[in-house]
Design a protein around this ligand. Sequence first.
Ligand code: ADP
Ligand code: ZN
Length: 529
Amino acid sequence: PETPESFVTDEIDETLRRVFGYDTFRDGQRDIVEHVVSGGDALVLMPTGGGKSLCYQIPALVRKGTGIVISPLIALMQDQVDALRAAGVRAGFLNSTQDLDERRIVEAQFVQGELDLLYLAPERLRLPATVELLDRGDVALFAIDEAHCVSQWGHDFRPDYLMLSGLHERWPDVPRIALTATATEATRAEIASRLDLERARHFVASFDRPNIQYRIEPKTDAKRQLLRLLQTEHPGDAGIVYCLSRNSVEKHAQFLTENGIEAVPYHAGLDAETRAANQSRFLREDGLVVVATIAFGMGIDKPDVRFVAHLDLPKSVEGYYQETGRAGRDGLPSTAWLAYGLQDVVNLRKMIDSGEGDAAFRRRQSTHLDAMLALCETPGCRRVQLLNYFGQDAEPCGNCDTCITPPETWDATVPAQKVLSTVVRLDRERRQKFGAGHIIDILLGKKNAKIIQFDHDALKTFGIGTELRDVEWRGVVRQLLAQGLIAVESNYGALVLTDASAEVLRGDRRVMMRREPERPTAKAAKTAK
Ligand code: ADP
Ligand code: ZN
């Protein structure tokens, strides 16, 4: 592809102003638009809120024919198309929510060249009729949105995306632009290879979101912690609270409401009407809080979300980044806050082990979780850790909890040995495995029913851990998990040794841990900006 002629550049600028009402492109957008307008293929990595849509919408308007947008976000197509139409763009969509008549109308418009943009659900490409339809019209480009869905090992795989590898063979002259906000080296390589975009130009935008303050704290009393955050730092602000289960969503939405904070639930178990109503209230009203499962948010474009709170540990750093990325799209200071505890780790491990997929798939999910844990337990800057994960260098940011209140580290070798040797003894003597709570009870010398039942008060390690409190032991176990020095076994959440455990037990390896940080106060967090 060549550089566009100057009259084309003018047309691009004119479209930006006239249709979208913006005077200037954001970082990176112009290069991408010009490249695609001139017929080049592109792989675009840009964070959520970075402005990916314009990168294919403007080329679709400037080039002859219709831009075909493949998107998994069927629920949002109507909204996207409505917004485009309101701006005078001739847009339509085809998905399973329409009846035959509605589809016929859109198809006819496409064939007659009356559409600038046509949104397609990926599964429609499986139908020979769709392929024939595309042959009958004039295609300006293919935009593959949420392109990470093609990654079988990623966190959001959609089998239908695999078919997109065939686009290039079938329509070799039509430029393709794949876009995603998920961007490890590995995912990027996989997207490029599966979509045959290895020779395409890759545009990688910075993933830093400097206005988001990242904070991760140990979960002690999740409800109270959340309430304190909202009341002291975000009164009257719009925000999203993510929970792992529907049940927990309902519980927390009710809890907030009872405490004078306007909150609505959102999860896949609610009927479509309630979901739509709650979503549109969130978009329209000021200062509403949505308590939701991760079903909420894909494609949500609300600029003034002031906080994203996680009450449960996300399954991957990609997920965490995407979800927290919904905060502060307007560039103003915003908070990404996460509370996590030992039980989260145990639950997620169980979900992985009992979930679907083969051994390799589960191993991959386990690696995702390990990276997330490492982010939680890092004594260094959260942002550095996050950006490094996405292959980007960074300096300590001064705007995350660990920068504001650097955690002390301490030599936890002896406590680590106490935990591990208890696990060894239980394993050896009883051929039976136990969870973290029981092991901590042994260390603390508690004579409860379970301990008596198994004669665990006779163990050599019984009562040898009184130097730490229960919560502190939980912290030790959590950090041992994050460092891979101990593992959680599938079925009962039992603790088991890893290969690295032996080094610690032999005294060949020192274990340094972060001291559980004091919670940064609202004041400390604000003055640090
Ligand atoms: P993404 O798909 O990358 O998450 P969007 O395309 O939805 O991001 O854009 C995010 C927001 O930024 C939208 O509200 C969009 O209108 C706005 N935006 C995009 N490009 C520009 C620009 N050049 N100038 C101002 N606002 C922009
Ligand atoms: Zn930092």
